[in-house]
Design a protein around this ligand. Structure first.
Ligand SMILES: [Zn+2]
Length: 142
């Protein structure tokens, strides 16, 4: 079965996110005027409507806010991966990101589980996903 990966369409607004991902960095937009962090990428700040922004590298740490497990073959690109999880990740710095917890088929995803970003190659595109971490791991590092 073919797995036609759906590649992201790069624009001037989201290019920085994917370029950082290719370098193994999770990065979101930060408003230059009110300093609000935002994701997904947008032309204007949802708080103050400023169009001035920079890219802010994040720790990549967060926790599972919610998740579902997909059993249906809704999309041909994902048909041979069912069942897989889709999770909302609450990032440490504030923004939330829809992603997956690895392994995709893992049935041990839990709400509140601490996770760390990992980048998985899909047809040459670095896709940010999240791997479980032990609670001590994310706090005791120096
Ligand atoms: Zn702003």
């Amino acid at each position: 079965m073919s797995r036609a990966f759906i590649k992201p369409v790069l624009t001037d607004v989201n290019r920085g996110f994917w370029e950082a991902a290719a370098d193994g960095v999770l990065s979101v937009q930060r408003c230059d005027d009110c300093l609000e962090l935002r994701y997904p990428p947008a032309l204007r700040c949802p708080e103050c409507l400023s169009a001035n922004w920079s890219w802010q590298p994040l720790s990549g740490r967060g926790e599972v806010l919610s998740y579902i497990v997909i059993h249906q073959k809704y999309n041909a690109a994902w048909a041979d991966r069912v069942p897989y999880n889709v999770a909302i990740i609450q990032l440490e710095e504030g923004p939330r990101m829809i992603s997956n917890v690895v392994p995709l088929s893992g049935g041990d995803v839990e709400v509140g589980m601490p996770v760390q970003v990992v980048f998985e190659d899909e047809d040459g595109v670095a896709i940010p996903r999240f791997a479980p971490t032990a609670p001590d791991e994310s706090e005791g590092e120096s």
